[in-house]
Write a protein that binds this ligand. Structure first.
Ligand code: AQP
Length: 329
């Protein structure tokens, strides 16, 4: 039996990078009939950097609503908020005791997010230990993530093996699942930087909730490369290669098919039709999102998801504590 687990932090408004690298995989994974699925909102991770309480509250519901609006089915997948299953925080602490300072110091996401900041929380540093707990609590076999999270899943594997070797077999060692296309969508203004929720430049991303005209404008203004050819070549043409990946994710077409269609035509028609492909995919997601985000239906899905999740998480936590020598009645 496969078990998939993943989540998107409620640290800002969701953009198409998170959709391409993560959310659309969640929808695809639940088609596998022999799989169990757990999709959570890692709100405890969001507070590793400062959050406005009102925004955190709203964004947490929003991320869950995006899961459902994009097609994650609450009957096939447990959808829940991390902070509602207390085993995450508790196993997170136990995993911190197994993680070495040196290996946490090597995490590139910590380096990126702490660089140039005066006040960096200790939780930002230990974040990967909590992420390991998130995954191991559910004995997840597979973790669908974008490229930037690969290092954290590798650390999770190391921690699981270390724990199992020291204390006996408690945890399943998970595999990351990273798609070839869309695993690292870059900023529209700088193809050297990942498209990120926390980028202060609003033109660097397309939001899941952007209006059609805003999407058209943002994609028309997206940086390109100088030779006017629609060609997929990350070394020589990173900006156009990024747009081609977005096109492929949103239209479902293979990149060579798209390259061929725009051969010798410059960027005008390519960018226009790219915007229409993005709009066509986002419009029904936006409609369903608006229906559900502040609804009782969402509350009851999240309560049910947390109960289903806690039943499994509490059992794994009990085994881990027992293995470590804690008194468990
Ligand atoms: N640009 C991206 N391209 C492909 N995949 C992406 N993911 C995020 N951005 C891209 C993947 O989405 C999942 C959820 O990520 P997250 O929101 O929990 O964390 P993040 O990677 O730190 O996302 P952001 O947007 O950069 O948020 P901030 O700025 O708040 O840190 C993950 O699987 C991630 O790989």
């Amino acid at each position: 039996m496969k078990r998939f687990l993943s989540g998107i932090k409620p640290s800002g408004e969701l953009n198409i990078g998170g959709y391409a690298g993560a959310l659309r995989q969640y929808v695809a994974m639940q088609q596998e009939s022999d799989a169990e699925n757990f999709y959570f909102v890692p709100d405890l991770h969001a507070v590793t950097v400062p959050q406005d309480p009102k925004e955190l509250h709203q964004r947490s519901k929003e991320i869950a609503a995006y899961y459902i609006a994009a097609g994650v089915d609450p009957k096939k997948s447990a959808i829940f908020l991390q902070s509602q299953v207390s085993a995450h925080a508790e196993l997170g602490w136990l995993m911190e005791t197994q993680a070495y300072f040196g290996e946490l110091s090597r995490m590139t996401q910590f380096k990126d997010k702490s660089e140039g900041k005066d006040a960096v929380s200790s939780a930002l540093f230990t974040y990967p230990a909590l992420m390991a707990a998130d995954i191991l609590l559910y004995q997840a076999t597979h973790v669908p993530v974008g490229e930037d999270q690969k290092q954290h899943v590798e650390l999770t594997r190391d921690l699981a093996n270390r724990f199992n070797n020291k204390f006996g077999d408690v945890f399943t060692v998970p595999e990351p699942i990273i798609q070839e296309v869309g695993c690292r969508i870059m900023s529209l203004d700088d193809p050297g930087k990942k498209m990120s929720k926390s980028n202060p430049n609003k033109s660097s991303y397309v939001l899941m909730l952007d209006e059609p005209d805003t999407i058209r404008k943002k994609l028309a203004r997206a940086v390109t490369d100088s030779d006017m050819q629609v060609r997929y070549d990350w070394e020589a043409k990173p900006a156009v290669s990024n747009l081609l990946e977005i096109y492929s994710v949103f239209s479902g077409e293979e990149i060579p098919v798209i390259e061929k269609r725009y051969e010798g035509q410059g960027y005008g028609a390519f960018k226009k039709e790219l915007a229409e492909a993005v709009i066509a995919k986002l419009t029904p997601i936006q409609e369903r999102f608006r229906e559900i985000v502040d609804s009782e239906e969402l509350v009851s899905i999240l309560k049910d998801g947390a109960e289903r999740a806690a039943a499994i998480a509490d059992e794994t936590l009990r085994k881990a504590k027992q293995a470590m020598g804690f008194v468990v009645f």
